[in-house]
Write a protein that binds this ligand. Structure first.
Ligand SMILES: *Cc1c(COP(=O)(O)O)cnc(C)c1O
Length: 411
C-alpha cells in the first residue's frame, strides 16, 4: 500500500557506492580538461560522454539526476540552482513569444508572479484556473497553448487536483502537462498519471534540512511513433527528436534553457541534496502520518484547519481515493486576523517562522503579510489567502509535542 518502502531500499543503495568512497563523490570543478582536441570535439558533438563544463552538467549533479529520473519513471532529469530555476528551465525550453500557458491550482507565489508578471513582458500569457474548472480549462485551450501547468497540492490553499483527469484533457488536445510535485515526491507520481514533465524545488522535502537551495525537472521519454511533441505545436523540439530520439527533451532543456539562461546546479548543492534524498522515504512516511494526526487533533480542539484529511474539506473524498500516500507536510490554520496569527506564531515554542516548507523542523508563516503581501484582493481570494491564514509545515518532531505546543500557543 505504501510507496515509500520501495524507495527506502532503492535510495540508500543508489546514493552510496559499494566500492571506494561510500558518500557521493563531490566534484566541484567548474570546468574539465578534455585531454586532446579530438576528445574535446567529441564532447561537444555528443559522441564522447564526458563533462563539458559545469553550467551544462556536473558529475555529482548527474548522480542526483539519475536517481530523481528513476524515482519518477522519467527518461532523464536536469537539476537546477533552485525550484524557480527548475520551473524556468522547464517552461523556457518550450516557450516563445505568443504562446499561452494554462495554469491550474492555488499557485506558489513565485510561480504565479513568474507567469503573471515576468513572462507577460516577453509576450507569453497565462490563464489561471481552479483545479475543478475542467470545462473552463478545456475551453481555454487554443492553438497557441503550449503548457498546462498544475501543482500537485495547492500551496497554501490545499486544494487537490485530479491529475489523471487533467492529463486526459492535455493528451486529448496534444498539450504538454507539467506538474510541480515539490510537495509530494514519492506520494504522487505525475508521469504515471499521464503528465509529461515534473518540476521540483529540491530545497523543500527532498533535501529536507535547509542545507541547500535546488531544483529538478524530470522528463518523460519521447515515444516511438506518435507523440504530442512531434506535432507542429512543438516544432522547436523536432531537431532534438531527430538527433536524440527518446532523450530529446533533455537535450532541448540543456541547449535551449540551461546553456543560455544558466540556472545550473552546483556540485556541492547536489551533494547535500543526495544526502537528504537518501532519507526522503523515511521522512515522508513520518510527516504524512504526523500531519493527519495533527490536523485531526487541532480540528477537534476548535482550530480552523485546512487539510483534506478533514471531512469538511471539499476534496476529502479525492484525498481518500487519489492521495492514499498523503499530500505532503502542509496544513493551514486560519486564526481570523493578522493580529491573532502573529500572536499565535510568536507564542509557539516549536515553530520556526520562515518562508520555507518541507523541513525536518516545524515551520510556520503568516501568508498575507509575507509571500502574498504584494498581491491585490481578488488575486488573494483566488489563491485562498485570508487575513489570518498561517501555513504550517509539519516536521519530524513528535506530533503530540506539536499538538500540545499549538494548544498552549492559542492560550
Ligand atoms: C518553494 C517552491 C518553489 C520554488 O522553489 P525554490 O527552491 O524556492 O526556488 C516552487 N514550487 C513550490 C510548490 C514550492 O514550494
Amino acid at each position: 500500500m505504501n510507496n515509500f518502502e520501495e524507495y527506502a531500499t532503492r535510495f540508500v543503495q543508489q546514493v552510496g557506492k559499494k566500492e571506494g568512497p561510500i558518500s557521493p563523490v563531490m566534484i566541484n570543478s567548474a570546468s574539465f580538461g578534455y585531454g586532446d582536441s579530438e576528445t574535446g570535439e567529441g564532447i561537444f558533438d555528443g559522441s564522447v560522454k564526458k563533462p563539458l563544463y559545469s553550467r551544462m552538467g556536473n558529475p555529482t549533479s548527474a548522480q542526483l539526476e539519475q536517481i530523481l529520473a528513476s524515482m519518477d519513471g522519467g527518461v532523464g532529469a536536469v537539476v537546477t540552482s533552485s525550484g524557480m530555476g527548475a520551473t524556468a528551465l522547464a517552461t523556457l525550453s518550450l516557450l516563445k513569444s505568443g504562446d499561452e500557458i494554462i495554469s491550474i491550482g492555488g499557485l506558489f507565489g513565485g510561480t504565479y508572479s513568474y507567469f503573471n508578471e515576468t513572462l507577460t513582458r516577453f509576450g507569453i500569457s497565462s490563464k489561471f484556473f481552479d483545479v475543478d474548472e475542467l470545462e473552463e480549462i478545456e475551453n481555454a485551450i487554443t492553438d497557441n497553448t503550449k503548457i498546462i501547468f498544475c501543482e500537485s497540492v495547492g500551496n497554501p490553499n490545499m486544494r487537490l487536483p485530479d491529475i489523471a483527469k487533467i492529463a486526459k484533457i492535455s493528451n486529448r488536445y496534444g498539450v504538454v502537462l507539467m506538474v510541480d510535485n515539490t510537495i509530494t515526491p514519492l506520494s504522487v507520481k505525475p508521469l504515471d498519471l499521464g503528465a509529461d514533465i515534473v518540476v521540483y524545488s529540491t530545497t523543500k522535502i527532498i533535501t529536507g534540512n535547509a542545507s541547500s537551495l535546488g531544483g529538478a525537472v524530470v522528463f518523460r521519454a519521447i515515444k516511438e511513433g506518435e507523440d504530442k511533441f512531434k506535432a507542429p505545436r512543438y516544432s522547436e523540439t523536432h531537431p532534438f527528436i531527430k538527433k536524440m530520439g527518446s532523450m530529446a527533451l533533455i537535450g532541448n532543456a540543456k541547449k535551449r534553457a540551461m546553456r543560455d539562461f544558466g540556472m545550473s546546479a552546483n556540485g556541492f548543492g547536489s551533494y547535500l541534496t543526495l544526502l537528504g534524498l537518501e532519507t526522503l522515504p523515511l521522512r515522508m512516511d513520518r510527516v504524512v502520518s504526523s500531519v493527519e494526526k495533527i490536523a485531526l487533533a487541532l480540528d477537534k480542539a476548535g482550530f480552523i484547519i485546512g487539510h483534506p484529511v478533514l471531512p469538511n474539506h471539499p476534496h476529502h473524498t479525492r484525498y481518500k481515493e487519489l492521495f492514499s500516500q498523503g499530500c505532503g507536510t502542509l496544513l493551514t490554520i486560519d486564526m481570523g486576523s493578522k493580529e491573532a496569527a502573529f500572536k499565535f506564531l510568536n507564542a509557539s515554542k516549536l515553530v520556526t517562522i520562515t518562508a520555507n516548507i518541507g523541513d525536518s523542523r516545524l515551520l510556520g508563516l503568516h501568508m498575507a503579510s509575507t509571500i502574498y503581501r504584494d498581491f491585490d484582493a481578488p488575486t488573494r481570494e483566488f489563491l485562498g489567502i485570508t487575513d489570518g491564514l498561517i501555513r504550517i509545515s509539519i516536521g519530524l518532531e513528535n506530533p503530540d509535542d506539536i499538538i500540545a505546543d499549538f494548544l498552549s500557543a492559542r492560550g
